[in-house]
Structure formats: structure tokens, C-alpha cells
Design a protein around this ligand. Structure first.
Ligand SMILES: [Zn+2]
Length: 237
């Protein structure tokens, strides 16, 4: 079993893992050895982070953080929306497994967010009742973006809605996951928003509330071309 990390170490490891992914590197730990499988089966799991993200096939969570079996507690649902069952899963990991960090991660070009924008623009319900209920969890973020930006081009609307949706879901988790509050107050647990960029593989974390956060980085920073992606502009939530 790995020793349990604190949330700062957990976040640091996610950032490092994503750097390795972008550099095309893979750590030995990300490969499942028979020893590791047996250890996990016999001694139980001890994941270092909870990730709530979209079901989109282009967002393979363990791969993009260069993690292996038993490392991440992942909840995936289209549009990375918060529901009672998602909160229950997060509570289980935080309270029972003592996982110190929860990342709510959206991604660029999200089809669920795009569908929510269409439903707002066209004022039409989704094709099924269940889909409609999912989109309703995203439309408040879309409405906020429309209110702040008026009519702008479609791609900018989508990027801003993805980011605002993450902020909304983080807020919803904090409001509805009351059981997590005391853990957070004690500094034992942290919820952080993030957006994964499909184009360059970078996960941009919303660190505006933790401006002095430093990672213990042993790797050179990847020199990818600068992208104009909005996530560099995490604003107030
Ligand atoms: Zn998506």
C-alpha cells in the first residue's frame, strides 16, 4: 500500500503525471504488475485522487495523468455534472478511503455542453427525458455565459461554457456535499476544478484560490506551442 498523501501532494502528482503524458513518457507505476494487482486485491484500494469527469472517449483519465491500477477513484458522466449519486461516490472515497483531493474536470469540445448550448439557443427539449434532465444541470452555466458575453462566436461560447460549467459543478458539490465540509475545514480535503484540452493534452487546474501552490517538479516543462485556450483565464466563480 502507498502511504496516503495530503491534497497538495496528490495535486502535485496529477500535474506531474499530466506533464509526463504530454511529453509522451510513461512511468513504470502506470503498468499493472501482477504484484501490484495482488496487493490491491488483498489489501484494498488507497487512491490518491477522486476525479469527476466527462464520459467522452477522448478523456481517458488514468492515461492522461500517467496513472495505473488503484491510483484514481474516477466518476464519469456526460458533462461532468454533479448528482446525488456522484456526490455519494465522492463521499465514499473522501470519508471511507480518505482520498484527500477531488478534481471536477471538464474538457474542450464537450458534446454535452454543446448540446446544452443548443437547447438554450433553440429553446427545445433534448430527444429523451433523461438527456433533458442531464442538460438541465448544465444550462445554468450556459445562461450565465450568455448573460456575460451576449452573442459571440460559437466556439468562444463553448469554451467559456465548459469552464463555467466546471465552476458551477464545483460549487454544487461544495453546497450539497455537506459531509465534506469538515474535512475541507480541517485542511484534509480539497475540491479543485480543471479543464482538459483535447488539442494539446494539457490539464489546466483552477488554482486561483491557491496562488502559492508549487509543484515538486522534477521534469522540464513541455515546450508546447501556446494555445489561446480560455482556461488560462480562470475568473471568479
Ligand atoms: Zn464531454
Amino acid at each position: 500500500m502507498h502511504a496516503q498523501l495530503n491534497w497538495q501532494q496528490s495535486l502535485s502528482k496529477l500535474i506531474e503525471g499530466n506533464m509526463r503524458f504530454r511529453l509522451g513518457l510513461r512511468s513504470v507505476e502506470s503498468f499493472a504488475s501482477s504484484l501490484r494487482l495482488r496487493e490491491l486485491a488483498e489489501k484494498g484500494q488507497n487512491p490518491s485522487a477522486i476525479i469527476l469527469t466527462c464520459s467522452d472517449s477522448r478523456v481517458p483519465t488514468e492515461i492522461l495523468f500517467d496513472k495505473g491500477v488503484g491510483d484514481l477513484f474516477v466518476i464519469r458522466v456526460a458533462g461532468n455534472v454533479i448528482s446525488n449519486t456522484a456526490i455519494a461516490s465522492i463521499e465514499y472515497a473522501a470519508l471511507v478511503l480518505q482520498t484527500p483531493l477531488c478534481v471536477v474536470m471538464g474538457h474542450t469540445q464537450c458534446g454535452a455542453v454543446r448540446a446544452a448550448i443548443s437547447s438554450v439557443v433553440e429553446s427545445s427539449p433534448a430527444p429523451t427525458e433523461n438527456l433533458d434532465s442531464l442538460l438541465r444541470k448544465i444550462t445554468p452555466a450556459v445562461n450565465e455565459v450568455f448573460k456575460a458575453n451576449g452573442t459571440t462566436n460559437e466556439e468562444t461560447l463553448l469554451e467559456r461554457s465548459v469552464l463555467t460549467n466546471v465552476q458551477h459543478q464545483v460549487r454544487r458539490l461544495k453546497e450539497r456535499g455537506q459531509s465534506l465540509y469538515s474535512l475541507t475545514e480541517n485542511g484534509k480535503f480539497r475540491i479543485v476544478g480543471a479543464v482538459y484540452n483535447l488539442h494539446d493534452g494539457e490539464v489546466n487546474f483552477d488554482l486561483k484560490d491557491i496562488p502559492n501552490f508549487k509543484i515538486d517538479n522534477q521534469l522540464p516543462l513541455p515546450s508546447f506551442k501556446e494555445t489561446p485556450f480560455i482556461s488560462k483565464q480562470w475568473g471568479p466563480s
